[in-house]
Design a protein around this ligand. Structure first.
Ligand code: FE
Ligand code: FE
Length: 204
């Protein structure tokens, strides 16, 4: 999907499926993901598509998402059923495939993990996860100017800082924390510590 009209079709379809604000966020994520892809050498079309589709199920009702999960035998955990905000990534994978014809497993996985992150994300997954947090329409998270800069200088460290702030924010309400986010935080903490240690060694 590379021609102008194919992007137009996709955008038109998404515009109909999403609220105006969600669509604006979607475009913001898509273009931010493209900018990060330019910086880190990821395929632009994949980043653009992942950004466009990441929230394709976000405007479905909880009942609709549960129903679809049941009908299509999409495995959902008890935790996800209790916290429907987490369901839209998993349901999004199905909708991206069935409604929008996305077959590339790299894009589908990026959609799958965009909310919680996971240990050892691929470049495309890290790009989408980060773009979702820093896109220009976001204004609530703390430290956005710093994280936006960091995203373009050290992506792993930015992923770590986003996970850190997310866990910090959710710790007011620990019951809503997906265990995967904690696993991801630990993974990226170790990665950062290791990178700093190697830096220290090479400086000597
Ligand atoms: Fe989302
Ligand atoms: Fe989003």
């Amino acid at each position: 999907m590379k021609t102008k009209s194919e992007w137009e079709d996709l955008e038109q379809k998404l515009q109909n499926a999403l609220t105006q604000n969600r669509y604006r966020h979607t475009l913001g994520v898509s273009y931010t993901a493209c900018a990060l892809a330019m910086r880190y050498g990821e395929d632009l079309n994949s980043a653009r598509r992942a950004g466009l589709l990441h929230d394709c199920a976000k405007c479905m009702s909880n009942a609709e998402m549960r129903q679809l999960a049941k009908k299509k035998k999409i495995e959902v955990s008890a935790f996800e059923l209790e916290h429907p905000a987490l369901l839209h990534s998993k349901i999004g994978v199905y909708v991206a495939g069935s409604t929008y014809g996305i077959t590339d497993p790299r894009i589908l996985e990026a959609i799958r993990w965009h909310t919680t992150g996971r240990p050892g994300m691929t470049l495309l997954e890290s790009i989408l996860f980060t773009a979702d947090y820093i896109e220009p329409n976001r204004d609530k998270a703390p430290r956005l100017p710093e994280l936006r800069r960091l995203a373009f200088t050290d992506l792993d460290r930015c992923v770590y800082e986003i996970l850190h702030d997310t866990v910090d924010y959710l710790s007011d309400n620990p019951k809503s924390m997906d265990p995967m986010t904690l696993k991801a935080l630990e993974f990226y903490r170790n990665r950062i510590v290791e990178a700093d240690r190697q830096d220290g060694c090479s400086a000597r």
